[in-house]
Write a protein that binds this ligand. Sequence first.
Ligand code: ATP
Ligand code: MG
Length: 564
Amino acid sequence: MSDLEKETKSPSNFIRNIIDEDLKNHKNQGRVHTRFPPEPNGYLHIGHAKSICLNFGLARDYKGLCNLRFDDTNPVKEEIEYINSIKQDIEWLGFDWEDREYYASDYFGQMYEWAVQLIKKGKAYVCDLNAEQIRESRGTLIKPGTESPYRNRRVEENLDLFERMKKGEFKDGEKVLRAKIDMNSPNLNMRDPVMYRILHADHHRTGDAWCIYPMYDWAHGLEDSIEKITHSICTLEFEDHRPLYDWFLDELEIFHPQQIEFARLNLNYTVMSKRKLLELVKNKYVNGWDDPRLLTISGLRRRGYTPTAIQDFAEKIGVAKANSTVDMAFLEYCLREDLNKKAQRAMVVLNPLKVVIDNYPDNQVEELEATNNPEDETMGSRKIPFSKEIYIEQDDFMENPPKKYHRLSPGKEIRLLHAYYIKCVDVVKDDSGKVMEVHCTYDPETRGGWSKDGRKVKGTSHWVSVKHCLEAEVRLYDNLFTVPNPDNGEEGKDYKDYLNPKSLEVLTNCKMESNLANAKIGDSFQFQRQGYFTVDSDSKTDYIVFNRAVSLKDTWSKIKADLG
Ligand code: ATP
Ligand code: MG
């Protein structure tokens, strides 16, 4: 392997070890074929991104294939909007399923035939117990189940009833088809699980063709088998379902993919289940599926996350067999790493305070040079106009500062980034005592922000020229929840009780350098000393709205440093 290959290939993990072993043994004629199987009942989130990167990443690295398969076996909750958003998100993340876009619903006919085959083998039966009765007779971990009184129906009767279920002769819930396995199995999933239920509901693809729908455990392995998937990767909660997955495939004697489970991604300060995301969206706790506070892929994209940052994150957290929670600071760290290299620098004042430079000629304007990205010389530089009146950040001035305050205060000298040293000589206040304007003098010998006599200043401020700057709106985000694990709060509390009332702060009086006037939706910048900001889709041609993707403060590096 060349050095370059070594660097670009993902680090090894237990799934790669299984595949390496399979390839060594020439299993599946050396094929590697994975799939990403979303149920189209919501938008994708960062957890799905991990699964996408894993499945498509394996196909890429082993020169195999990865299918996109919509697991659309539940007609009630699924919508076209979700299908379209899922495709858009996967594409945006940088993965390509080529022509392999499949739908579980396309296999309903084949699944039905296979069910008939199991009935004929005496391995499946129609049961008249209702959902409640089935649950009760299932037993518990310490108590065996009890057999259904319908368990020993004759094959002919089962075939007849199952066909009539399909024809629509029975009402919802009146009958189900169950696998005939073992009501005493220590694994509850093996206690005659339901394969089909009756549901008189229209399906977004098959319309009213079916009124019986397959259950996940019955359908999933068949879908994998039909598509000749070699490694069917799913999350840990399906580990106990694997014996059932295997049982169906073995009984049918059809192609048998290997199910492999890995730990799902959990992040603190957020919720990830689609049910909860749907609730937050539908009840307007957030502004849609792409609200930048949500860790949906569309929310992350709008917030300013890049495909590179998300892929890098997925790679770095790795795949494991044990559940754990990843720190949000780590996701932010991955974004900073990427944007630091790519984002053009800009000066934007979020909370403006006017500074008048008394000794600067009244109508003079200078074009000062500013580097676009110190990490990348090829990004060049730009000109920024400087004049007698500028804005600095309110936070960058204090009239009566504490000892270690190194920014501007009466008598103190600081640097204006890329410009000059200025020194505060006076303060103008309104009747209430609020500082309205600060007066300074500048030192013409410090052009560019460096003094020739070696005089040092401790503080540096960003600024914009009053006459030349443009207005902008900036949205600052904080975690959507106030506690690390909103799913697991105090007794009697719901995750929504922990919503952070300060998760969104809108600043409408921001002043940006005019170079940003042509920024396009999705463009990202580093606002110097503030963080990384991305142009939001709410922007108008003459009014730009920015989302703060992430602040500059890198708590993850600090955590790393503290750990040694
Ligand atoms: P949710 O629990 O959020 O409702 P789901 O598992 O029901 O998600 P699916 O549409 O079935 O959602 O998921 C598609 C694929 O994404 C599955 O293979 C699933 O294992 C994977 N996946 C879902 N959530 C995560 C996660 N948090 N981490 C890793 N993979 C995930
Ligand atoms: Mg699922």
